[in-house]
Design a protein around this ligand. Structure first.
Ligand code: ACO
Length: 149
């Protein structure tokens, strides 16, 4: 699906620091991540370009309004197959309902396919199942976690 006029998909850059954190805050606690830490993290992702595929959507002012990440896991099973993991999807509150989330998920899913993944996994709250179903994902029922924070 094309983005609405004025919006663009691109990789994040150091100057996105504040807007990236502010956008992600609609998803969860972001914490105090300094500009230097943010830049270091972008460098870390960039050093592993076949694993990390961070993407943002920016508005006409080049302000980040949506964030997302594809992580490509190289596995042994399925003949050393690859699985994509979609992570940290957030659309700024004021920008929700404009199909930005849908476009971002379609883009990350297609990136996974084009990089050889045989499937893509994500976990989400029950409240978001309908959103992901509209992006072509199926609800397989259970996700589990153990937390150390
Ligand atoms: N439940 C059911 N349907 C939904 C939901 C929902 N929670 N949210 C959107 N939809 C529908 C829309 O109505 C639209 O339907 P239509 O095509 O029939 O008109 C379709 O899904 C596409 O909606 P978008 O406009 O693309 O959704 P948006 O840009 O608002 O993004 C998102 C949705 C990402 C869930 C956003 O509301 C958000 O950031 N929420 C807070 C953070 C969050 O929960 N992120 C997901 C975490 S899970 C993860 O990261 C893997």
């Amino acid at each position: 699906m094309p983005l609405p006029d004025g919006y663009t998909l691109r990789a994040p850059k150091p100057l996105d620091h504040q807007d990236y954190l502010a956008t992600l805050a609609v998803l969860t606690t972001v914490g105090d991540v300094t500009a230097a830490q943010f830049e270091q993290l972008l460098s870390h992702w960039a050093e592993h370009p076949s694993i990390y595929f961070p993407q943002v959507i920016v508005d006409a002012n080049d302000t980040v309004v949506a964030t997302g990440m594809l992580v490509v896991e190289q596995k042994l099973i399925h003949g050393c197959g690859k699985v994509g993991h979609v992570e940290d999807i957030a659309v700024a509150k004021s920008q929700q309902g404009k199909k930005l989330g849908n476009t971002l998920i379609c883009h990350l899913s297609e990136l996974a396919r084009s990089h050889g993944c045989y499937k893509v996994l994500l976990d989400c709250l029950p409240a978001n199942v309908g959103f992901y179903e509209k992006c072509g994902y199926k609800d397989l029922g259970v996700y589990m976690t153990v937390r150390y924070d």
